[in-house]
Design a protein around this ligand. Sequence first.
Ligand code: F6P
Length: 347
Amino acid sequence: MFKLVYDETNVPDKAPNYDNIDKETVEPVKRIAVLTSGGDAPGMNAAIRSIVRTGINSGFEVFGITRGYHGLWKGEISQITTRDVSEKLQRGGTFLMTARSKTMMELEGQIKAARMLEVYGIDALVVIGGDGSYKGARALARLGVPVIGIPGTIDNDIASTEYTIGYDTSMNTAMEAIDKLRDTASSHERCSVIEVMGRHAGYIALNVAIATGAECLLIPEVPYDFDRDVIRTILDGRNKGKRHYIVIVAEGAGNATEIAEKIEAATGIEARPTILGHLQRGGSPTLRDRTMATLMSAHAIDCIKEKRFNRLVVLQNGKITDVDIEEGLAMKKTISQEEIDKFNLLS
Ligand code: F6P
C-alpha cells in the first residue's frame, strides 16, 4: 500500500520517479483501479477491457471507478471480472462513464481522491484520458499515489505521444460525414463549411482536410488571412471551373456559421455551415483504436508489474513505450508544418 503525503502544506512539486527507487523497497501491488476521465473517446472500452484482462491474468485484482474523479470522491469503486468486460471491445463511449472535473484541480479534491483510494486499498491507479485528466493523475502521484496514464482523447493533442485513443475513429467519422456533404455541395454548387472538434488543436482538421480534398483549412496553430486564404482560394477555384468548395475549420480557429456567412457575402456563392460536434466522439472504434487501446493498456500493466509507476503510456517513433508523468506533461506539441505545406499544394 502506498504512503500518502499527509502534510498538506508541504506537497512535493514533483511526483516520485520510480526509476530512481530500489524496487525491493516498493510494496508488492495487489489491487489496481482504473477510471476514464474528461471527454470520452472511441476505444476507451477496449482500453478498460485490456486493463482488466491483462491485469487479472497478471495476478492483480482490478477495480473499476465510475464517473471519473467524481465517482472516486464518492467511493464508486467495485471489482471487475474478465466476464464484465466481454462484448465491450467494439463499443463506443466508456462503460465506466466519465466526467470533467474542475475540483480535481484543487488540493482539497486531490486529497479526497487519494484518501478514497487508500480506503479501498488500491495500490495503483490507471487513468485513461487527456491532458486535464493527466494533471489530476499527476496531483495524485505527488501525494504519493502510484499512477499510470493512458492517452484517451479524440484530439490527439497530448504532447508526449504521437497517438491518442479515439483519434482515428473520430477522423473517420468526420471524413464520412464530409464525403456526404461534398455530394450535396456539388449538386448545388455550394460551399460547405465544416467545423470539426479538436478544442485548441488542429490535428483532426488537418488530416480530415487532406483526406477529403478540402479547398481551405483553418486551424488554431496557423494564423490565417481570411481574404487571401479563404475568399481568394474559393474564387480562384471557381475561375478554374470548380463546382463546389469544402472549407474545414477546427473549432479553435473559428465558427462555421460566421465563416459561411462571410464567404457567401464576399463571393456570392451559397455557403452552408455544418458543425459535426459530438458525432465525432461516438461510434464503434476503428481497428487502429481497438489495437492501440489494447496494446497501450497492456503496456500500462507491464509498468505496474515492473513497479514503474508515475508513467504515461505513449507512442514514440511508432513504438509503444512510456515517459515520466512530470516530463510528459511539461512537453509541448507542434503541428507538422510539412503536412500543412503539402495540403496547401493540393487545392
Ligand atoms: O477533448 C475532446 C473534445 O471533444 C474536444 O474536441 C471538444 O472541444 C471538447 O471535448 C468538448 O467537450 P464537451 O463534451 O465537454 O462539450
